[in-house]
Design a protein around this ligand. Structure first.
Ligand SMILES: [Zn+2]
Ligand SMILES: [Zn+2]
Ligand SMILES: [Zn+2]
Length: 348
């Protein structure tokens, strides 16, 4: 185990331009908080109650087609809508500022089999999902009023996923949301100061160090970032300087499917559970600007800390001060490196 970081310190996140507090000694403390339930895998390929299974009726009344591959549709209860009324009243104070917010919310079913997850799908089954994400980014991002396409997945009840059916979401907005907006500024700033891409430089530094790399394939590197906040947070970065999925070669699309398969399998095997997470892709905004500063990556934010039932909470000092972590990113990377790529729950 890496000993050099076993003291309280803070680390800089250059991508978000913020700090994280690292307190490695806290992993020694006794646990008296919530002990959650281990997530039992679901075995049924079809659930008559599931609103995402092929042929089933959704809550809004629509009936899903008998789809055999991926299936995208507009969310029946969308948080964002294409039309937003203009705000005509002048605010009483500039501190009471509001703006219309337009957008589109779509759902993408990855596979008709209710019991699957990315971890238990094959690379060959994940590849059409990569193609669908690319197509959705192109189609939605091509609308002149859409400035950002956020593709993401909430996995597991612990992360608020309402349905275990393998699926993700695509929320697109008429503005660039805060996280990618902050990363745009940071990447632009790094490019202006050094003439280099921030994440190209970062991946090179991590490959030199080797301490936090979980695995690499020819096209992607999976890294527990130096500034990770969540216990087993992972940054999946393209090795080539790419802004968004439409720039990928065929081999890079295969490479992303391979990296997703391997990473999610290692996650599941860590605690022999269907590992919960929020994951999403950060790509170039589609606001028509020059985004040569942007480098494609995926964030995985899993909440589990010590076992299938003990999670990390973001409360107290973390809400009021700054994020804090217990196990070091180096230890987390080591745990994920030794986790198997053969799934603990093989398919029949
Ligand atoms: Zn289902
Ligand atoms: Zn780059
Ligand atoms: Zn990002």
């Amino acid at each position: 185990m890496e000993k050099k970081w076993q003291f309280v310190h803070r680390r800089w996140n250059p991508l978000r331009q913020s700090w994280v507090l690292v307190s490695p000694h806290r992993t020694q403390r006794p646990w008296q908080g919530e002990v959650g339930q281990k997530a039992a895998p679901s075995g049924a390929s079809y659930d008559p109650q599931c609103y995402l299974c092929p042929g089933n009726k959704r809550a809004g009344g629509a009936v899903n087609p008998a789809y055999e591959g991926v299936f995208p549709f507009v969310n029946d209860y969308a948080a964002l809508l294409p039309d937003s009324p203009a705000l005509d009243k002048a605010p009483v104070s500039p501190l009471l500022k509001a703006e219309p917010a337009r957008g589109l919310c779509k759902v993408l079913c990855y596979h008709p089999d209710h019991s699957l997850t990315l971890a238990r799908m094959t690379r060959e089954e994940i590849r059409p999902v990569v193609d669908a994400w690319t197509q959705q980014y192109l189609e939605i991002g091509g609308l002149d009023w859409i400035q950002y396409v956020q593709i993401f997945e909430n996995r597991g009840a612990m992360m608020g996923a309402s349905n275990p059916h393998p699926h993700g979401q695509i929320w697109s907005t008429g503005f660039v949301p805060d996280e990618p907006a902050a990363e745009t500024l940071a990447q632009r700033d790094h490019l202006a100061r050094t003439g280099h891409c921030l994440l190209c430089d970062y991946v090179e530094a991590e490959r030199t160090s080797g301490e936090r790399i979980v695995f690499e394939n020819e096209h992607f590197a999976a890294i527990v970032p130096f500034w990770a906040v969540w216990p087993f947070e992972v940054l999946l970065v393209s090795r080539r300087h790419l802004g968004a999925m439409p720039e990928f070669t065929e081999a890079e699309r295969d490479g992303l499917a391979d990296a997703l398969k391997r990473l999610t399998t290692r996650f599941d095997n860590l605690f022999d559970t269907s590992f919960p997470y929020t994951m999403g892709f950060h790509q170039s905004p589609t606001d028509g600007g020059d985004h040569s500063e942007w480098h494609f990556h995926a964030h995985f934010y899993p909440p589990l800390l010590r076992s299938a039932t003990v999670r990390k909470f973001m409360v107290g000092f973390e809400m009021l001060g700054m994020p804090q972590r217990d196990i070091t990113p180096e230890d987390a990377a080591q745990r994920l490196r030794t986790s198997s790529e053969e799934h603990f729950w093989p398919r029949a």
